[in-house]
Structures are given as C-alpha cells and as structure tokens.
Design a protein around this ligand. Structure first.
Ligand code: SF4
Ligand SMILES: [Zn+2]
Length: 501
C-alpha cells in the first residue's frame, strides 16, 4: 500500500502493518478533557516515571529510531481532527517494552508561517506532559517517553486519547492553527523510513540561522519552558548561541514571541556589552536574575567556565572539563560508551543538569557547535580534546581544518593516558600544557572553583564545603561512581606542586 505518509516524500507502508484512522471527537460540553480517561493539566509537568512504574517506553536510549516533528502544511493538505495510528496501539504493546516511536503533527492556517514549526513542535514536550502518567523528555530525534501502568489501568489504552488532548491543547493555545492532524507510529519499519526525512527537516531548519551574527541583532530571547524540570534554568537564545535542546533557534524564538506572547519565550534587549569575548550583556544578566528567581546572577554566553549558561537536562550534548589535559570533552546523548574520564553521558548529564551553573560541565545544542562564537572565551575548538566519533562526523565541517585530525574520539582514546598520548602525537594545541604540566592555564578545577575565596587561599581556617558532580573509582575490580560528592573540610592547604615535600 502506498499511503500519503511522507514528510518530504511519500513512503511505502508495508501491507502487513495496521493503519487505523480516527476522528477527534468534538470537545465535551462538561469540561474540555471529560472524555480522556486520565487527568490533563499543567500540574503533571515535570513528572518522572520510573522503570518499575512504566507500562511502556517509547523512544529513549534503547531505540535508535524515534522522533517528533511538527510541520506546517497548506490548508488544503490537512484533514482537521484526523488521527492516524500506524502499527500497534498502546494497549497492544507489550507491558514493560521499549519501542521505536514517532509523532508527526501537521498543522495549517492562513496565518501559520513555516518559521513557526520549531517553536510549535517544542510545545509537544509541555502538552504531552500535561497528561497524567505520560512522561516526555527531550526533543526532535532524542525523545524519551513513558506511559505509566497506573494511567493504562485508568483507561489510557490508546494513543487517540493523547492525540485528542494534544489537539485540544494546541487549538486552545494557538488560535491561528485552523487545522491539525496527528500521526502516531509504533511500527519500527515505518519509523525507520521516516527518521531520515525528519533529520533532513531539522537540518534545513537549523541552516536558516547560520550566517546571522549576535552583533547584528538588538535583542536576544529567553526560554523558560524547561523550568518544569529545572526550576532555575533559562536558555538565552542568540543567533550564535542556539538553545541547549537544539530545537529553538533565534529565528524560531522571534516567531514564538509573535504568535505566543504570553508563552515561555520572551525577548531580552541586549543592553550594554560587558565582555565581548565571554559574551556577557547587562540586560541578559538582568533578565536571567528575574527569570531564575534570583538563582542566577550573571551569565557569560560563550564559555563553559566563568558563570556559564545553565543546563536544564534536555541538551543534545554536554561538554566536560578534563583537568589532565586542560581541555574539554564533548559527548552526545546517543553515545552509550564511557568517556576518557570514566563517566558515561548519563553520569555527566546528571551532574550538569537541573538548572545549575557548574563550571566545566556545560550542556550544548549541536547548532551552537557550528557557531563562530562556540566557546570562544575558552579557546573554541582548540580547547576540545575529545569528542564522540558520531558527533565529530556530524560537525566535521565546523571544526577548523588544522584541528580535525588532532581531536580524539573514542576510537583513539578511551582513557586519560591514551588521550594525553594522542594529543602529544598529533601536536594538538593542548599538547604543550600536557608536556609541561606546571604551566597549565589557571582554569580552576571543579573542586577549587567551588571553594569560597577565603577558604581557597592557602591554609585558611574554618569549614569549607564543596561539591564534585561525579567521582569515578575502582574498588575491588568494580567500577564505582560516586555522584554529587559533598566534601566538608575543616582546613584546606593549597600549595604549588613544586612546594610539596
Ligand atoms: S532547552 Fe532551553 S530553549 Fe529548549 S525548551 Fe528548554 S528552556 Fe527552551
Ligand atoms: Zn530542557
């Protein structure tokens, strides 16, 4: 059967796959969600569903193929209220299973511009989470969803309920959407075929922002959408520093404030430029203070060390400081192996996320890695010592030609020793510092940075407390990772290495 299901081009749905179509019923008079078997409302935002409580998992790290995509179509191309389920419905999936999954939402309206796709799509995160027992994490090709056993027991046995809730929430929030149809896909062969097309759409969207510079615009944008999971987190979206999630560019944000002025995205006039290298702006600081409830006082946009941008949890990748080479590693969400510091993406992400401002641990969107301003205060690409091979291939054209074969991946270095050796062999700019460790740049280690100034001065008396996000150790042949280690010391003595006796 050749159904008209393509995103960019139509695809063939195998004949043995079930394709069911429904029509979203009119909104009940009693209350908007009276015909949905679970509660629907913002009180469920931020919900987590543990493995033991989940009925099924859709997408997530176990499934390579998954995505959510919202596309703007012509008015005559969308069947308003149509809901299609391709593959098994919720109750037909095996309890405890983890499945490839895709959500395709098509919208149309005379005043809905194609530029609105990114911001409308990002609201799937919020609206999906409104459904009791329906967890939604991340975005685009990284989605990780879970449905709770409790909600399925309450009657949430079909995607048509979630689709109905999404349809009504979107229509209420965006009256410009005249027509909307939704497709849920659990059939792995179909998800896989559409996956490549979805990636292409994201790429086309992202390419629109390349070339626009921070200096050329008068205002940036802030986004608070992730505060339901990370209450102090605010993204600052500039032409050259896109959102951590990678799903909202400056152009998307500009459209968002037009179509949804009361939504989570808001304009930030730049104000006085305080530091052009680090990317610190007077009004950005002010806006951050207000939007974070005072938790964040200053932010420097182009550094991972000095008052860095906060990280929520849905970042596409995370940069981490490697003190032994005074460089940075970058690991992406889909990479399951360990990094040279012995931690996996999940360990590093746990340490970095939650809206914290943690020097040396820095959530990033991939588009930012293509930016001229990419970590420019830290040395940009010349400070990157290690990157996952998949990510390196994706951004290869953004890495300066002379550095491409000097930055290691997991194929060349899986430990600190291997990394040091590789960087020296390839004459990486960091190699000089490795050969002469006493000349390492004064970038603080996490522990030193967390010390209060008085305590950091050699031999101060009093009680100091500091936190290390994660400490790997090997005990009796077992790999042990201690997370969020709090160290309390009554006396700290800091001495230069050559003074130690
Ligand atoms: S990561 Fe940032 S831009 Fe993306 S949804 Fe969250 S707060 Fe908004
Ligand atoms: Zn987030």
């Amino acid at each position: 059967m050749n159904v008209k299901l393509g995103i960019l081009t139509p695809i063939e749905v195998p004949g043995d796959v079930s394709v069911r179509e429904f029509t979203i019923p009119p909104t009940p008079e009693k209350s908007v969600f009276a015909d949905i078997p679970v509660d629907v409302g913002p009180q469920y935002e931020g919900q987590r569903i543990r493995k033991d409580d989940m009925y099924v998992e859709l997408g997530g790290p176990k499934n390579k193929h998954k995505f959510e995509l919202l596309v703007v179509r012509r008015v005559d191309e969308v069947d308003d209220g149509k809901l299609i389920i391709i593959g098994r419905d919720l109750s037909e999936l095996e309890e405890g299973g983890s499945y490839p999954f895709a959500v395709l939402i098509e919208v149309a309206g005379r005043d809905v511009e194609r530029e609105a796709e990114g911001v409308l799509e990002r609201r799937i995160h919020e609206f999906w989470n409104y459904n009791e027992g329906c967890m939604h994490l991340n975005q685009r090709y990284d989605i990780w969803l879970r449905i709770s056993k409790r909600s399925v027991r309450k009657g949430l046995t079909s995607f048509k309920y979630i689709g109905t809730a999404l349809y009504r929430l979107y229509k209420a929030a965006f009256p410009v959407i005249e027509k909307m149809q939704l497709t849920f896909i659990t059939e792995p062969r179909v998800v896989e075929q559409l996956y490549e097309q979805a990636l292409k759409v994201y790429e086309i969207r992202d390419s629109r922002i390349l070339g626009l510079r921070d200096e050329e615009v008068d205002e940036f944008y802030g986004c608070k959408l992730c505060q339901s999971f990370a209450p102090t987190h605010v993204c600052v979206i500039t032409p050259e520093r896109s959102a951590n999630c990678g799903a909202i560019t400056w152009l998307d944000a500009r459209v968002a404030v037009k179509i949804d002025p009361k939504g989570p995205i808001f304009p930030i006039p730049k104000g006085k430029l305080i530091d052009s290298v680090k990317g610190e702006y007077e009004y950005v600081n002010e806006a951050l203070r207000k939007a974070s409830g005072g938790a964040i006082q200053r932010v420097c946009l182009y550094t991972a060390f000095d008052n860095p941008h906060t990280s929520c949890g849905c970042f596409e990748c995370v940069a981490f400081y490697i003190p032994e080479v005074d460089g940075l590693g970058i690991v992406h969400r889909g990479y399951a192996g360990p990094t040279p510091i012995g931690l996996k993406f999940g360990d590093i992400a746990d340490a970095a996320s939650g809206g914290k401002q943690l020097a040396g641990f820095h959530g990033l969107g991939i588009v930012y890695m293509r930016s001229r301003k990419f970590l420019q205060a830290d040395g940009g690409w010349s400070r990157v010592a290690w990157i996952t091979s998949e990510l390196k291939q994706r951004v290869l054209d953004a890495i300066p030609l002379d550095l491409r074969d000097k930055i290691a991946t997991e194929n060349e270095a899986s430990s600190i020793e291997e990394l040091q050796k590789f960087l020296i062999e390839r004459s990486h700019p960091l190699a000089q510092k490795i050969k002469a460790p006493t000349t390492l740049a004064p970038t603080p280690t996490l522990a030193e940075e967390s010390l209060k100034p008085a305590e950091a001065e050699g031999g101060a008396e009093g009680v100091a407390e500091f936190t290390l996000p994660a400490v790997p150790a090997t005990i009796g042949g077992l790999r042990v990772i201690l997370k969020n280690v709090r160290i309390r010391a009554e006396r700290i003595v800091l001495k230069r290495a050559e003074e130690r006796k």
